[in-house]
Design a binder for this molecule. Structure first.
Ligand code: NCD
Length: 321
């Protein structure tokens, strides 16, 4: 859905990044997601643009919620879903990703949903298949549908995104969710503060122009960083992406950056907490706060299905044009 540059896969057929998407393209997808959500909530029947089509879930990295969410979205649109089982696949037998994907592509799927631990693999795959590719998370790079469902959740809560103050707390360095949200929420006019230890929130992140050309503020003190925030967005420490320990101990991280109801009082009076999951109770968020009415975590999960329906339906229509 982004504009293709030279040597890039045909991006209007794929959803690989939020980077490069315009505010209008994002708002169009959010509008469609809202329509699908009210159709799911109501008794209206909605069209089945993927009836008789095959959607492949190609997950090289473990996932429960994202894969299930894509699967539900695709089924709601009438598709048949094939979960390509990586551990038992030929990839483990030495086949290259390109060959595996060309084999899969020969079966003619309409959409391939890809998650991989290396940045750029969904874009690589997009060059080798005729169907559309959706990036469901590539390394520390991007996770576009997570950002879209987060934007939907924030706009439902506040009636707007423009001017909403979002503090993202935790392992920004390794977070594809943070990166996609910086592009998406920036393009929609939110103001963003990145909070965490210097090892996980390097000062240089403040120099990057994100969505809408906006820069984020960087802050290493929790109370100061979330002051006045409308949304406190917590992230998991992604130890699986670290080559060495990047903070002294989990106990120290919790003491300095763990969020609970009392600490949340430093934020705005109506502040809510969000988290893409999976969350670690008692580390980045207290169990009591996660279960409280200040938490939008389950709403985020619920919004994943209509958001992914909007993406799949839009790509399917684009591919047929
Ligand atoms: C995130 C991911 O996998 O990028 N989770 C998700 O998709 N809901 C964040 C994480 O793993 O911490």
């Amino acid at each position: 859905m982004t504009h293709a540059g030279a040597g890039q896969p045909n991006a209007s057929r794929h959803l690989l990044t939020i980077e490069g998407m315009s505010r209008e393209q994002i708002l169009m997808l959010l509008g469609r997601a809202r329509q699908f959500k009210s159709a799911l909530d109501g008794t209206d029947r909605f069209p089945s643009p993927l009836a008789g089509r095959v959607v492949v879930n190609l997950f090289f990295e473990n996932s429960t919620r994202t894969r299930t969410s894509f699967e539900m979205a695709a089924r709601r649109l009438g598709a048949e879903v094939v979960n390509f089982d990586i551990p038992s696949s030929s990839v483990k037998k030495g086949e290259t990703i390109e060959d595996t994907v060309e084999t899969l592509g020969a079966m003619g799927p309409e959409v391939i949903i890809v998650r991989h631990s290396a940045a750029g693999v969904p874009a690589l795959i997009a060059r080798h298949v005729r169907g559309s590719v959706v990036n469901a998370g590539d390394g520390s790079h991007e996770h576009p549908t997570q950002a879209l469902l987060d934007a939907l959740t924030i706009s439902e809560q506040f009636g707007r995104i423009d001017g909403v103050k979002v503090a993202m707390v935790g392992d920004i360095l390794h977070s594809r969710v943070a990166r996609s949200n910086l592009w998406c929420l920036g393009a929609l006019g939110a103001s963003i503060t990145l909070v965490g230890p210097t090892s996980l929130v390097p000062d240089g992140l403040a120099d990057v122009p994100w969505g809408g050309g906006r820069t984020a503020r960087v802050c290493h003190d929790l109370a100061e960083g979330i002051r006045g925030a409308d949304v406190v967005y917590l992230l998991r420490i992604q130890t699986e992406r670290m080559k060495q320990a990047m903070f002294p101990s989990v106990g120290e991280y919790r003491r300095l950056y763990g969020m609970d109801s009392q600490r949340l009082s430093h934020a705005g009076p109506k502040a809510v907490v969000m988290h893409p999951g999976p969350f670690n109770r008692g580390i980045e968020i207290s169990g009591e706060l996660a279960d409280s009415d200040r938490s939008l975590i389950l709403r985020q999960v619920a919004n994943g299905v209509p958001t992914r329906m909007a993406v799949l339906a839009t790509l399917a229509e684009g591919a047929r044009r």
